[in-house]
Unconditional design. Structure first.
Length: 209
């Protein structure tokens, strides 16, 4: 892969990570309820989701999914259901922040990682970027695996930094959310973000891309 091609991919990776979406919402919601260090486990899951998709693309299955209306629709509706479920969970939160030192009612690290993985593995914004955009930065005359490895390392590194910012920003807000009422309203705000994203995904049409 040429340096020029990689430099063209870098801002594209930054743009897809910075743009508000399920990954950013999940990072902020986790940071708000768990603090930065524990909340960052969701970000780890997000990266595993990205790597899983890159693996699928590198194996050539990505093109098949994009060309199959049924496969893409199934994946899309799985994403709709999961985002809607996350939104409902935010609305039903009890208004108590789960600080890092509080052992009551916290999600396990495994649960946080799994949540992040499912968010990105079913996120159509990321899917379309990795399936349709990333291959455009591959030089077909050069070995493919090193190129996919370079692109995967780039987007994961960029996303980890960006999501760390989102998680930390929300974690800082914990100090201003001392009352259960404020926490509940913050949770409802994140719930609305997840639900609105789910609705947007539900009305998504392939031909619009």
């Amino acid at each position: 892969m040429s340096l020029q091609l990689w430099l063209a991919f870098l801002p594209a990776s930054l743009a897809i990570s910075l743009s508000p979406g399920p990954g950013a919402f999940a990072s902020m919601a986790s940071g708000l309820r768990n603090g930065f260090l524990r909340g960052y486990w969701v970000v780890i899951g997000l990266q595993l989701g990205i790597l899983a998709i890159v693996g699928v693309v590198a194996a050539g299955v990505g093109a098949l999914i994009l060309s199959s209306v049924l496969a893409f629709e199934i994946l899309r509706w799985v994403g709709v259901a999961y985002l809607a479920w996350l939104g409902i969970l935010q609305f039903r939160a009890d208004g108590v922040l789960r600080f890092q030192g509080d052992g009551q009612g916290r999600e396990t690290r495994r649960a946080l990682v799994l949540k992040g993985f499912l968010v990105d593995a079913t996120n159509p914004k990321g899917l379309l970027f990795l399936f349709a955009v990333m291959p455009q930065f591959i030089e077909p005359t050069s070995p493919l695996m090193p190129q996919y490895g370079t692109l995967a390392a780039t987007i994961v590194t960029v996303d980890m930094i960006v999501m760390a910012g989102y998680t930390l920003l929300a974690a800082r807000a914990m100090h201003w959310l001392e009352s259960p009422r404020r926490v509940r309203w913050a949770g409802r705000g994140f719930g609305l973000l997840f639900l609105s994203t789910a609705i947007g995904l539900a009305v998504f049409r392939r031909h619009a891309t």
